[in-house]
Design a protein around this ligand. Sequence first.
Ligand code: ATP
Length: 339
Amino acid sequence: MALIKNYKIATIGSHSALQILKGAQDEGFSTIAICLKGRERPYKLFNVADEIVTIKDYNELFKVQDKLIKKKAIFIPHASLIAYLGVEKVEGFRVPYFGNKNILRFESDRRIERKWLKNAGLKLPRIFEDPKDIDRAVIVKFHGAKGGKGYFLAKNERDFKQKIKSHPKGEDYVIQEYIVGVPMFIHYFYSPLNNELEIMGFDIRYESNVDSLGRVSARDQMALPKIDPSYVIVGNIPVVIRESFLPRIIDMGERVIKESRKITKNGLWGPFCLEAILTPNEEIRVFEISARIVAGTNPYVEGSPYTALKYNEPMSTGRRIAREIKIAIKKGKLGKVLG
Ligand code: ATP
């Protein structure tokens, strides 16, 4: 325990930081929230940060990195870091980092990501390279489109050409088969210390406005000024999956880990999420992987029904990360969880 006191857990104050910092405190670490000026309130209010480091913008992270290294901070990445800094800058960040940085490239390049998931035997939505080939409902996704704003659905080439007109030329996009079903987000944790995969939980995202369109009748949708669906996330809803899906889901997670070792040394470890659509034919179609903690784990600060089965104490994904670091420190294997 004495050794653990030497380390601090740090993360950026947004996304899943409340859970990460609380989990770290529960495991006996002292914590640092790195906050943009004006965003400190939640971390003070909920008392999860033993220290707050304020920065003016995300690039200032590089200015405080020596300070963080001195404090023996271990940095927990989440989506905000990658979204605001980009992969290259994150790779250059020198503070000890939980997880494998090499995996970021694979996760953020849709083509490489696709190859990885395909080779892991997952069923993915079809990609249409040429709009001429569109023969079913498709979703057109723009790169870097924060929160899925501007995505549109199309049913054929003509429809696509009409709708793409309102987007600036040269904007990068992908035309993906639109899967009708229930979007479900699967939260995993893989431990490189005991080589075990855990199911941490599931969530359903609540996205604006697509999840509220059902409140407007079809008649009113037709009558009102044009309403286009958008996929801006506003929250996460906890869900328990039908139990008969579990064997496949465990298998999928294990294959993703196995395959990740073929693309980069030591592969993926820590929390990750498969973003899937479950169809009426009981197919699990995966449209994306997040190789880090996802905000969908936030409802489970006190643990999920699945972590309750495995642990006799509240175990959030944030706490599970801190537990992994703690075990690694105790075993003298910290290098195994830092990347
Ligand atoms: P990113 O992490 O890159 O911002 P994201 O996790 O928000 O992406 P997107 O791929 O941008 O996920 O998709 C946004 C939303 O669009 C999903 O949550 C889901 O509701 C819907 N969606 C995405 N792909 C499909 C698909 N192939 N079929 C049906 N719905 C989809």
